[in-house]
Design a protein around this ligand. Structure first.
Ligand code: ZN
Length: 201
């Protein structure tokens, strides 16, 4: 079983959903929460390709030499994560959303976008976000969450895994659009085994 962002499964299909999935279970039981330190977030950002290994190494080094402010940073990161989670869930379930959650994601994304620079590298123009401070790593997730909320293709809905002790969110890339599990190998298999056992008894 995974114990941190370093070994958790990346089954969201989008960096914003892997960020939201740093709570290991949202159905049946809540937690454990993998987002407890700056390193957890930087590690995830690197694993999902939002920052380079070189940037991750530099930010981790800086964070280790200036450990102050971690608790308030983690509170802020979790606030963004939970707001994004509730917005995706509300959309998936066609339920009302809370304007406070919109304001949270909007404020973090606005702050992040203000710092983006237009750069030309390898023959392509792209938005780049300079990572000066360890806390800047949250900005890449704020932009990812806002991008997914606004830019998602309609035929690829966000789904909630119905697996026991799961509840992770994922983008349904399947052709039929009826994917039920965050991972066939874990939640899908476990569910089939449970169904088989309940038939036996
Ligand atoms: Zn699952």
């Amino acid at each position: 079983m995974a114990s941190s962002t370093a070994d958790m499964r990346l089954s969201g299909g989008h960096p914003a959903l892997d960020f939201v999935n740093t709570v290991d279970s949202r159905r049946g039981r809540l937690g454990p929460d993998f987002l407890v330190s700056f390193a957890d977030l930087a590690t995830l950002a690197q694993r999902v390709g939002l920052i380079s290994p070189a940037d991750a190494g530099r930010l981790l080094h800086d964070a280790a030499s200036h450990p102050g402010g971690t608790a308030s940073f983690i509170r802020r990161a979790r606030k963004l994560r939970e707001a994004a989670y509730r917005l995706f869930i509300a959309e998936t379930a066609a339920q009302d959303f809370d304007n406070r959650d919109v304001a949270t994601v909007e404020a973090e994304a606005q702050k992040a976008r203000l710092r983006q620079r237009l750069v030309f590298t390898d023959g392509l123009w792209a938005w780049s976000l300079p990572l000066n401070e360890p806390e800047d790593v949250l900005a890449v997730f704020a932009i990812a969450a806002a991008d997914l909320l606004t830019g998602r293709e309609l035929r690829r809905p966000v789904r909630e895994c119905k697996g026991h002790n799961c509840g992770w969110l994922f983008l349904d890339h399947s052709k039929a659009g009826r994917r039920k599990w965050c991972s066939e190998a874990s939640c899908g298999t476990r569910s089939r085994v449970e169904r088989f056992r309940s038939k036996e008894t």
